[in-house]
Design a protein around this ligand. Structure first.
Ligand SMILES: [Fe+2]
Ligand SMILES: [Fe+2]
Length: 483
């Protein structure tokens, strides 16, 4: 038999399964000059726990800002970045649980400096300060800690930790550059210099903690609290920026149009774009569930619900893209926000969760998400078919999340559904009151939008579709009649 490999060839093979050179693996294990071990399970766990604490707090912070943040792009960005933080928290928890440590230790606050840093950021009063705190101070500190963890952890013995640090760095670097682009757009030089003092105070919190990962000497004391002297108060009332007009308008009932057999699939895609964009109210509502049940539900609940919250923000952006594909400016259409506004004001977190589950479960039968997908496919608008395909898949996931985290609180699925339905029924829509108070005239915006779309499609409007004028005055989005 011929020798397939000469020893020379074998010597050229990458060592240690591609982790690092033998030299580095030997050198990284040498004791420090003072005789301490260079790396240990304890070292690794301590760093992972610090990252875990900060990323979990950042996830909670971004979530808590979603309703009160008026700017559309930031509301969706916060939903995205809260989700990304949740994914990193999940990675870190899994790694810590592999390190002979009970996961219980994850609830400990690793250092008062880190606690104060995050208390200050969440309590920051303006959008500019909030962006600054996250994208100019906290997130860069997270990336720095990940870089150091990648180089300090033993590349062979602690390879799983190195991988976690690498993945977090990879995903959050992108989040950081997007956040910094927001700072570029919204914080000018003058404002930056005004933020200088607070910025140094936040840096001082990090210095006091020996940096995020505790690897630097910590000789300074904590600064005086600027924004965190009073505990942060969550505001669940949804705010929208000035591009949103007539947000109380409930003068068009898209579901009534969608399920009306007289209308064409193509015309229905327009109502589906509207329905998707209106879903911006779902993250606003879900954020309030997450904030209010923070202490009452385990991490796994928050992890899955944060994913769902991000999906809903994505659905809203699909609507935005749908309108963009037709060259229609969505800001000309009243995007209603009274669902999240009323639910957040009138129900508690458990009741809101009931309504969410009831609605999402109602999307599962043939008339729900599958129907929307079929309409999209039949419409001759490939983008609508594509979006509805993924929207449906996401909603199946959400119904499963509800079955894991909502239904088990009730004696049966039916009872869980009845409770959700009952909670939704007790929400007052204030349809007439809004009109009487002059908040909206419930103007029928449909014919205007429809004729514009027909122009873009190059088709003659269908007179029956043009005449559509059903409102939400006496029915809910599931077409249940209101008393
Ligand atoms: Fe959705
Ligand atoms: Fe959903």
């Amino acid at each position: 038999m011929t020798q397939l490999h000469s020893t020379d060839h074998l010597r050229q093979l990458p060592s240690l399964a591609g982790l690092c050179s033998l030299e580095r693996a030997v050198a990284q294990g040498a004791a420090k000059p003072n005789g301490d071990l260079a790396w240990s399970v304890e070292h690794s766990t301590e760093r992972l726990k610090r990252l875990h604490y900060v990323l979990k707090r950042l996830c909670e912070t971004l979530t808590a800002w979603i309703p009160s943040e008026p700017i559309y792009e930031l509301k969706t960005l916060f939903s995205h970045h809260a989700y990304l933080c949740a994914e990193q928290v999940e990675l870190l928890r899994r790694r810590v649980s592999e390190m002979r440590e009970p996961p219980l230790g994850l609830d400990r606050i690793p250092h008062a400096g880190l606690e104060m840093l995050l208390d200050e950021i969440i309590a920051a009063p303006t959008t500019q300060e909030r962006l600054w705190g996250i994208y100019s101070i906290a997130l860069p500190a997270v990336l720095e800690a990940c870089t150091r963890l990648q180089s300090d952890a033993h590349p062979l013995a602690d390879a799983p930790t190195v991988r976690v640090a690498k993945l977090i760095h990879f995903e959050l670097s992108e989040a950081l550059s997007v956040g910094q682009a927001c700072l570029e757009a919204l914080v000018d030089d003058e404002r930056r210099s005004e933020l200088g003092t607070w910025s140094s105070e936040l840096q001082q919190c990090l210095t006091a903690a020996g940096q995020l990962d505790g690897t630097r000497p910590a000789a300074v004391s904590l600064p005086a609290a600027r924004y965190s002297s009073e505990p942060f108060v969550f505001s669940s009332e949804p705010q929208r920026d000035e591009r949103f007009q007539d947000s109380f308008n409930a003068g068009v009932n898209p579901e009534a149009f969608l399920y009306d057999e007289r209308f064409s699939a193509q015309d229905k895609t327009l109502m589906m774009h509207y329905k998707r964009l209106r879903e911006l109210d779902v993250p606003e509502m879900m954020a309030s569930i997450l904030v209010e049940l923070r202490e009452q539900e385990p991490w796994e609940f928050h992890y899955e619900m944060t994913r769902q919250m991000w999906d809903e923000a994505r659905h809203a952006m699909m609507g935005e893209v749908g309108f963009a594909s037709l060259g229609i400016d969505w800001t000309q259409i009243p995007i209603n926000f009274t669902w999240s506004r009323n639910l957040n004001a009138q129900l508690d977190a458990r009741e809101r969760h009931g309504v969410l589950f009831f609605i999402e479960q109602g999307l599962m039968p043939r008339t729900g998400k599958r129907y929307e997908w079929e309409v999209g496919l039949a419409s001759g608008q490939p983008l609508s078919g594509l979006f509805q395909d993924f929207d449906w898949a996401d909603e199946v996931l959400h119904a499963q999340i509800g079955r894991r985290w909502y239904v088990p609180r009730y004696s049966s699925l039916n009872q869980a559904l009845e409770y959700g339905d009952k909670c939704w029924s007790k929400v007052l829509s204030h349809w007439r009151e809004y009109r009487e108070q002059g908040l909206t005239e419930h103007r029928n915006w449909w014919p205007e939008l429809y004729s514009l779309a027909c122009e873009r499609w190059g088709k003659t409007p269908d007179p029956a579709a043009m005449a559509f004028a059903e409102t939400y005055e006496s029915s809910r989005a599931d077409l249940q009649k209101l008393e």
